[in-house]
Design a protein. Structure first.
Length: 265
C-alpha cells in the first residue's frame, strides 16, 4: 500500500474534521465547539476560511490534527461522494465513521511503514496479510464500520509492530524509555539512537541536536518538544501529528514520508 493514500486530501473531504470533532477553548482553540456542529470558519466549499492564518487566529489544534486520509475515504468511498449538506440524514453516520476510519488508517500507516523496513523483511508476509485485512475493513459501509471492534483489531496489529520494532532496533539497541515521564527533560545532544520511546511523555523536552535515528516513537507525546537540529531520519512510527506538535527548524531531519511543518523555522 502506498502511504500517499494515507495522507489527508482536504479537497476530497466534506470538511469532516471541522464538523465531526469537538474542541474546547484552550491554548489550541479560541472557542468551544460541540461534535456535529460545523466550525464557524468552515466555508461553503468545505474549506477553511482562515487556513493560512490558523495559528495566528488561535486554532493551533487544527494545524496538528491529521486524519491519515480518513476524511476522503469516508467522504468519497463510504458515502460515495454525497456530502452531509446534500443528504442531511447521513450526517450522524458520516461523522461517527470518521474517528473509526482514522484509527484504521493510522494502523495502516504503521503497517505500511513496517513493510518498507528492510530489517523486518522476515515479517513482510504477516505484515502484508494484516494490511490487506485492515484495508478490507476500511471498505465496509457505515453500519459495518460502526460495528468494528477497534481494540480487538489493535490488539492484533500492536504485537506485530512491536516485533518489527525489535528487528529494526536490534543492530543499535538504545535506552528503554517506554512510557517514561520525560516532560521538560534535558536531552540536548542525547544519543537516543535505537531507543524505545513508545508512549513516552516528551512534552517540552529539549531534544535539540539529539540522535533519534531508528528510535521507536509510536505514541510518544512530542507537544512543544524542541527538535531543532535533531536527527529523526529513519525513526520508527513517527506521524505528521507528532511532527506538527513539536518545535523544529530547517536543520531538523525527518522521515521522507512526512512534511516539514510550515511553522518550523
Amino acid at each position: 500500500m502506498d502511504r500517499l493514500e494515507l495522507v489527508a486530501d482536504c479537497g476530497s473531504c466534506f470538511g469532516l474534521c471541522c464538523v465531526a470533532l469537538a474542541f474546547e477553548r484552550s491554548a489550541d482553540f479560541p472557542v468551544d465547539k460541540d461534535a456535529g456542529e460545523p466550525c464557524v470558519k468552515l466555508d461553503d466549499a468545505f474549506g477553511c476560511s482562515i487556513h493560512a492564518d490558523l495559528r495566528s487566529e488561535g486554532y493551533r489544534g487544527c494545524t496538528v490534527y491529521d486524519c491519515f486520509g480518513a476524511g476522503q475515504q469516508v467522504s468519497q468511498t463510504t458515502y460515495g461522494g454525497v456530502s452531509w449538506r446534500e443528504a442531511p440524514g447521513t450526517s450522524a453516520g458520516m461523522f461517527a465513521a470518521l474517528p473509526v476510519m482514522r484509527q484504521l488508517h493510522e494502523m495502516l500507516w504503521y503497517l505500511t511503514e513496517a513493510i518498507e523496513r528492510d530489517d523486518a523483511r522476515s515479517l513482510r508476509a504477516e505484515l502484508a496479510a494484516l494490511t490487506e485485512r485492515t484495508r478490507a475493513i476500511t471498505g465496509l459501509d457505515a453500519d459495518g464500520l460502526a460495528g468494528v471492534d477497534l481494540p480487538a483489531h489493535r490488539a492484533i496489529v500492536g504485537p506485530l509492530l512491536q516485533r518489527t520494532s525489535e528487528l529494526v532496533r536490534a543492530s543499535h539497541r538504545g535506552p528503554d524509555h517506554q512510557g517514561a515521564q520525560l516532560l521538560g527533560a534535558r536531552l540536548r545532544r542525547a544519543d537516543l539512537r535505537g531507543a524505545n520511546l513508545r508512549g513516552a511523555l516528551l512534552i517540552a523536552a529539549d531534544l535539540r541536536q539529539a540522535d533519534l535515528r531508528t528510535s521507536d516513537l509510536l505514541g510518544a507525546d512530542l507537544r512543544d518538544a524542541r527538535l531543532e537540529g535533531a536527527d529523526l531520519t529513519d525513526c520508527l512510527f513517527l506521524t505528521q501529528s507528532q511532527v506538527g506538535s513539536a518545535r523544529g527548524d530547517s536543520a531538523t531531519l525527518i522521515p521522507s514520508a512526512l512534511r516539514r511543518p510550515v511553522h518550523w523555522r
